[in-house]
Design a binder for this molecule. Structure first.
Ligand code: NAP
Length: 305
């Protein structure tokens, strides 16, 4: 499953035209503000990919790189400023944050309508309850690849490895919503391979290089590898791609799989938050949110994987 192709086609067929309409209607460009605390090579590389993609779409991506020793109060004060700034349409706080900063408190302080990564309490409530709301971009990306490649989900057994709020849990909800039977595995799961070999769809979001090997997958399974790890100076996923690729029917590479789609979903979420900023009633906000997910269905129907 080719994430770069997805990101390219989605930009051409959906994002460019929607962005153009919004820029004409609202007479300015959509603006994302991201906060990065400390030095993280993986985050820096994500930020670079994001900037290139956003440039193509005439979206503004502004980054606040803060030193590792930045206090929680300083991050919260920047967030307050961005929440109140009417020229800021989306806010993204890159995780992980240093240990002295409470991630929950930070996330709770992002205003719901600017929360492009769908992690604020109201957005989490929405995706857990299947209500319209913003969904974390990486989870949305893993799910989007399944839909793009027209992988049947209903009635299938999906196994998700990882239970983080940003990936594991929301992606499990997304496939559950499509009537998959879902097993969630984590670090305390005994005999991981026992579960993964039962998976028609296996989604790994752990962060351990080559955790999943050939013996752990069912023949003809669909494998989505969300992990990004460094091994011998190279970026690799959680899945041993080389040994598995001939055994399964579909698999995402790392790099070039979920990563580029995550950036596309982030851009898509930003366009939504841009639209939400223009509404002054909850009714209009809910209507935009409901409309948003139908645009994906149109794209999957007309896509050309
Ligand atoms: P996280 O918060 O550290 O969560 C990792 C999850 O993996 C946890 O639920 C943990 O279980 C579980 N786990 C750890 N070791 C395990 C093992 N040996 N067997 C089974 N489960 C195990 O990480 P995250 O933020 O969800 O990110 C996961 C991966 O996705 C990372 O590699 C990250 O770099 C990558 N990522 C990719 C993208 C993209 O665009 N492709 C974007 C963001 C992140 P416990 O809950 O029990 O601790």
């Amino acid at each position: 499953m080719d994430g770069r192709q997805f990101a390219d086609e989605y930009a051409k067929k959906v994002l460019k035209s929607r962005c153009k309409v919004f820029i004409e209607r609202y007479e300015r460009l959509p603006v994302l503000n991201s906060i990065v605390v400390g030095e993280h090579p993986a985050i820096r590389s994500y930020v670079r990919v994001k900037e290139r993609y956003f440039d193509r779409l005439c979206m503004v991506s502004k980054n606040h790189f803060l030193p590792e020793k930045t206090s929680e109060q300083e991050v919260l004060s920047l967030l307050r400023q961005l929440n109140e700034d009417s020229t800021v349409d989306g806010i993204l706080v890159h995780m992980p944050l240093p240990d002295h900063i409470n991630e929950e408190i930070v996330i709770e302080n992002i205003v719901t309508e600017k929360d492009v990564d769908g992690l604020s309490p109201k957005n989490i409530y929405a995706w857990v309850k299947d209500l319209p709301g913003l969904i974390p971009a990486t989870a949305l990306a893993a799910f989007a690849l399944l839909k793009y490649y027209r992988i049947p989900i209903k009635g299938k057994h999906a196994v998700v490895i990882g239970r983080s709020t940003v990936i594991g849990k929301p992606v499990a909800h997304l496939v559950l919503r499509e009537d998959a039977t879902v097993t969630i595995c984590h670090s305390k799961t005994k005999k991981l391979g026992f579960h993964t070999t039962k998976a028609d769809i296996l989604i790994s979001a752990v962060g351990k290089p080559h955790l999943v090997n050939k013996e752990m997958v069912k023949p003809n399974a669909v494998v989505v590898d969300v992990g990004i790890n460094k091994k011998n100076g190279k970026i690799v996923g959680d899945v041993d791609f080389k040994s598995i690729k001939d055994k399964v029917s579909y698999i995402t590479p790392v790099p070039g799989g979920v990563g580029p789609v995550t950036v596309a979903m982030l851009a898509s979420n930003l366009l939504l938050t841009f639209e939400l900023q223009q509404h002054d009633s909850d009714e209009n906000i809910q209507a935009s949110l409901r409309r948003y997910y139908t645009t994906f269905d149109d794209f999957y129907r007309d896509s050309n994987p």
